[in-house]
Design a binder for this molecule. Sequence first.
Ligand SMILES: NC(=O)c1ccc[n+]([C@@H]2O[C@H](COP(=O)([O-])OP(=O)(O)OC[C@H]3O[C@@H](n4cnc5c(N)ncnc54)[C@H](OP(=O)(O)O)[C@@H]3O)[C@@H](O)[C@H]2O)c1
Length: 291
Amino acid sequence: MDIGWIGLGDMGSVIVPRLLDAGHRVTGWNRTEAKAEPLLERGMAWGTSPRDVAAASEIVFSIVTDGAAVRAVALGDDGIVAGLAPDAVYLDMSTIDPDVSREVASVFAGNGLVMVDAPISGSPITVGQGSASTMVGGDRAAYERVEPVLYDIGSRVSYIGPSGTAAQMKVAINLTLIVEMVAFCESVALAEKGGVDRAVAVDAMLKSVVASPVMGYRGPFILDMPETPLADVTLQQKDMVLALEVARRQGSAAPLGAAANELLNACRGLGIDHRDFVTVFDVYRMMGGLS
Ligand SMILES: NC(=O)c1ccc[n+]([C@@H]2O[C@H](COP(=O)([O-])OP(=O)(O)OC[C@H]3O[C@@H](n4cnc5c(N)ncnc54)[C@H](OP(=O)(O)O)[C@@H]3O)[C@@H](O)[C@H]2O)c1
């Protein structure tokens, strides 16, 4: 298929090669053009604007930082909305506020166009392994048209419900992801303070019943922090703040999220927010007087 891709950051730059490998023609755009270089060498075509990309595509994806970025690439004279064909589908994969997603979808609907929220759960690692999961909220017929392409991105695909519900689900999932990794750090610090070697504690946690896929690939970061984060404290805290804001707005209790958010605040206070958010362990390390 002719696929358009907006946003070639950490996630977009690993998803596009999967689509090229699956035999699709991909036209891409990124605000910072230089990031497209490796993909242009792999056969991706360059579009001069989100509008230009949309005009060349049957399916258009965006994966950019936040709601403001989605508005910037989707709406306006140079936005996706200005180029999308009436029989094409626009999917936004960014992790954003469900209300912003619904608002953008309604602008598209007002122009006789289809936009669905299609957030992705995973990381550059799980995308590379083909095991990332995508969820879709919005027009069901549009979902059925794009479903095969979503399977080219990752092996788990779900239709969640009406517009905004997949964005809502993604916010809920990331709340668990962050709380779970903070709890992992707290447990390793607890074990270590009581005399267990740190590496032995990580290994025992990952062999125990509490181990999860995200712990499996992120837990070892406690021992060996990667130079390039999968998601740094700033990016991950955006999701926790989103969860807390959505919870406040709808009257949901989220005390565990609030506690985890304090650990992310501490990372920023210590000036370690550029590291993968598992650097939360460094906060526990300091609080526990560990080396
Ligand atoms: N990293 C993960 O593990 C992960 C997993 C699942 C979902 N997500 C979500 O996916 C989205 C992207 O994440 P990422 O890790 O790829 O982030 P990233 O590496 O920081 O990339 C962000 C992308 O957004 C673009 N962007 C930001 N503001 C923009 C604006 N105003 N106009 C146009 N483009 C703009 C950036 O363009 P420039 O290159 O010009 O800066 C870049 O392409 C986020 O919503 C994130 O929460 C991330």
